[in-house]
Design a protein around this ligand. Sequence first.
Ligand code: FAD
Ligand code: FMN
Length: 767
Amino acid sequence: MKVACIGAGPAGLYFAISMKLRDPAHEIEIFERNAPGVTFGWGVVFSDQTVENLQANDPKSAEVIASEFAHWDDIDVHIRGECITSSGHGFIGIGRKRLLEILQDRARELGVTLQFNAECDPTDPKWRDYDLVIASDGANSRFRDANPEAFGVDIDVRKNKFVWLGTSKVFDAFTFAFEETEHGWIWAHAYRFAPDCSTFIVECSEETWRRYGFDTMEQAESIAACENLFAKYLDGHSLQSNASHLVGSAAWLNFRRIKCDRWSSGNVILLGDAAHTAHFSIGSGTKLALEDAIKLADVLNRPGLGLEAAMDEYVAERNLEVLKLQNSARNSTEWFETLERYLHFEPLQFAYSLLTRSQRISHENLRLRDREWLEGVERWFWKRATDGKSNKTAPPMFAPFKMREMEVANRITVSPMAMYSAVDGVPNDFHLVHLGERALGGAGLLFTEMTCVSPEGRISPGCTGMWNDEHVAAWKRIVDFVHANSTAKICLQLGHSGAKGSTRLGWEGNDVPLDEGNWPVMSAGDVAWSPVNQVPRPMTRADMDIVRDQFVAAVRMGIECGFDMVELHAAHGYLLSSFITPLQNNRTDEYGGSLENRLRYPLEVFAAMRAAWPSDRPMSVRISATDWAGENGITPKDAVEIGEAFAREGADLIDVSAGQTWAEQQPVYGRMFQTPFSDRIRNEGRLATMAVGNIYEPDHANSILAAGRADLVALARPHLIDPMWTLRAAAQLDYRDIHIPPQYLNGMSQLARNLKREAEAAAALRV
Ligand SMILES: Cc1cc2nc3c(=O)[nH]c(=O)nc-3n(C[C@H](O)[C@H](O)[C@H](O)COP(=O)(O)OP(=O)(O)OC[C@H]3O[C@@H](n4cnc5c(N)ncnc54)[C@H](O)[C@@H]3O)c2cc1C
Ligand SMILES: Cc1cc2nc3c(=O)[nH]c(=O)nc-3n(C[C@H](O)[C@H](O)[C@H](O)COP(=O)(O)O)c2cc1C
């Protein structure tokens, strides 16, 4: 094959090497616009896995690279005069220039032709003479941008400004240094990559960058300003840039997240940063480029595999890897872009939040890396959770949480779940067993399902209600059981179905109208939930008075039953949510239009409930923090305002759910997918929140809580299958100080013993 590689970065060089290793007969030419030895950037970081991949592909270059690695274990986080050090992170780094030299030597040795000072023009007809043109020309690829439609290019220019500098100061740890200036926060990511050299990336928000005047400074002035800002970390060493002699490189940049729907067109194949980028804060761009190169060379040299099939396999495998990394990289990028949100944290929690920002590192990963440090975090968490009374070193999920005079024994909650099993709104033995069993299972707090304030406020004929004495008696029986047999607190979730009412039982068809016996529905506006649902009647002021009073009456009944807490359900497109979301609220009076207007009625209901509910008992509100409809619906930014508005009316907890407010929603699912909304409401609004949504491992819960992304963690579906979720987690984590129903003590100790034995056997196998 006759192949041209555009660019002698890691991707182009390593691809050329990998091709020659597989078939020395290939004719490979690399064209690089810069002179040899001239490149941007300083050091790059690798993982052990990447090193193994290099070793398997080309042991010769891998050995040279490995012999020159700088290794370090610690991460230092400097903030507000404190340095938080955690260990066990195991990084490997090498100078970018040195890496390229090693790869250039190896490529030459294998017979690759290298041409420097060779700017390539994608429109040059000479490229047609090659079987393949590998566009390994980096993030600003001219070969990709000459034909953006063919590649389906998607570029997201991120908000922060950064500059990639170097210094002769040797940092023994991977160092994050956060500095507050009169113009805002500026921080550095610094790490050693050679015995006498470190990378020093400076980053800040665009506003800080402008206020500081970096936008009008010459490069030398900018560097001097950074030296001054970070003087205490540099110990007299200077900062240097190597961007000045590069073609087309500016000193300060905005990171550009690049992805492409297609990675080839005609004889051009995109490789490395030309096809995709991953934010520098997770340090995986070079790894991706090198691993792309290995896989592409593999498929191109596999006998019998045509070019089309080769490309299909290459893209399918690499794209998955890229998507995973870009996902983590997005979390990490956003963390730095929303840094202000976390600056009120104490330094230890700030460092924890930083270390877990990409969601690739969890609580238990941190325990494996540095047990002592993690236990310090756990002690800190418990101390805060108990106003300094406890010195316990234990997982955060088992720490108590107080709202008004109610204290929950731990942070795990059984999320509200409709069981569609009531008759005329009356909960029965099924509900007693269902809620009772989950109370015995160890969760600190149980929510009832959405319990409706009137017959016509039900979603289905099977929904529970709270509008007559029979309901009070039936609920009281359940509440009494929970209180008598567990330490769990129980919260009554009250709601009204609105336009989503008069539908079948959940398992007979979600949101599908009844075959017969439908009742008329009302909502904020006259927007039907879907073409098959009824068009609702917009509520009149008289309707609003009646429904508000029904909520208040239900609260009073809740007091009679002995509930510990009440929640107003203002999420998921039901009646109160239909006021909040602009997608359902098409009113033109003072209850429609602006967010302030749309919140007016839900807040009125909440305030009336709060006035009726004892002041020593807490109340929460469940909201949908996004309509999953972009700017057309509720956005996470609106959700902060919504949370704040309810908090002003006395909400002690914002139960942060999302979506289900619009039949056409476009949710982005994943592990803990709604937690970022809770994080935002908690840390921008400084409110107590509960996170929910695909949280299913104890490790998820502990990571969320310790990172300050929520105060409570709710699990719904995991509790359907495992009512004992919390007790099982306690056994897994070897936590004993939890209430176990005495009838179950034997089972718990056996489970703990078995889990311990299994863990020891697994550890022995690893050795
Ligand atoms: C601040 C910062 C820090 C980073 N830190 C890390 C890290 O720690 N670890 C990590 O793995 N990655 C890191 N990266 C990412 C890493 O630099 C890239 O992912 C990696 O360099 C991609 O390799 P590449 O070969 O695809 O592209 P590049 O390294 O960009 O190479 C492209 C080459 O093509 C040449 N070229 C471009 N256009 C032409 C043309 N028209 N004609 C001829 N030649 C051309 C360029 O001069 C360049 O040499 C970082 C990136 C940045 C910006
Ligand atoms: C069967 C079922 C019924 C539900 N009923 C309610 C409900 O009555 N009220 C409510 O606010 N959320 C309800 N939800 C939503 C859950 O409380 C929770 O927010 C959602 O399932 C996401 O959490 P998970 O991933 O842990 O299941 C229900 C969920 C399920 C699975």
